[in-house]
Design a protein around this ligand. Sequence first.
Ligand SMILES: NC(=O)c1ccc[n+]([C@@H]2O[C@H](COP(=O)([O-])OP(=O)(O)OC[C@H]3O[C@@H](n4cnc5c(N)ncnc54)[C@H](OP(=O)(O)O)[C@@H]3O)[C@@H](O)[C@H]2O)c1
Length: 284
Amino acid sequence: MAVTKTIAPALLGVRRAGGGPKDVAPRVVGRLAVVTGASRGIGRRVAQRLAAAGARVVGIARGEDALGRLRNQIQARGGAFEVWPLDLRDSAAATRLGEQVVGQFGAPGLMISCAGHSIHRHLDESWDRPHDFTRLAGVNHLGPIALALPLLRAMTGRGTGHLISVSTVMVDVPTPGWTAYTGAEAAFEAWLDAGAPELRAAGVAVTSVRLPRVATAMSAPTAGRYPVPALSVDQAADAVCRAIAQRPRLVRPWWASAAGAVAGLAPGLTDRVWATVLRAGWRP
Ligand SMILES: NC(=O)c1ccc[n+]([C@@H]2O[C@H](COP(=O)([O-])OP(=O)(O)OC[C@H]3O[C@@H](n4cnc5c(N)ncnc54)[C@H](OP(=O)(O)O)[C@@H]3O)[C@@H](O)[C@H]2O)c1
């Protein structure tokens, strides 16, 4: 099991090297980094790494206590971390918070959009649950945009900055049971695809990091459902930090790129494969 954990990034096609403190520091020392989802999981670990590398971190989530504990831990090590509680489902509050951050600190150097929520539920269990879709659209799509707008306005005004979306391979490999989650994640990714050229023209870099499974509170309820290893939080944070250092446009495993290419060339093929699996009685 330990071996599987160690080689999981290689098995899953996730590159991690190049995201160490020395790689990240030149991008973040003395700069403001806004990190959503900083109260736990991947966002928390990325926030810790950024603070250790010399960034001033604004940590956003609902969990004020968890953010406060992280602030105390980071400050005890000499780092800078500010607690900014927010429920991303409240878009108006998200925009207000973004404006307040800019008003207080100026344009951020970096925004990591890492907050997220997932729901595993098949369509035949969802007919009476439109609120699942509304909820995930709020947390994973509309809230992050509402927060990003004032931050991006300030970044483009300065002609520099970097927006990173921590997303999922399910955007490339749609999987039964994840319609609300994949729909909201893909909508945010599509928004970034449309906006990235304008942001780039204004000097702001955009990166999507599409991760496979990571062992966090989010994936715990469906752990063991799929016969694949999960990344550890550290391994996922490595991939995000590598993106901070190298600023690629898109990070995803090779097999997700291949799946995306197949879907482009043969629309419907994935549906037929999954339909065969479902008819055979396996509900992923
Ligand atoms: N875990 C995986 O297998 C996996 C795989 C691929 C991609 N991802 C992506 O990675 C990102 C981080 O996921 P994770 O695994 O680290 O999940 P996690 O451990 O469950 O953490 C989720 C974070 O999002 C915050 N959040 C949730 N709802 C929120 C809301 N309404 N308003 C503000 N913040 C909210 C949570 O804080 P509060 O609860 O305190 O608000 C928490 O900090 C997500 O975008 C996810 O889609 C995860």
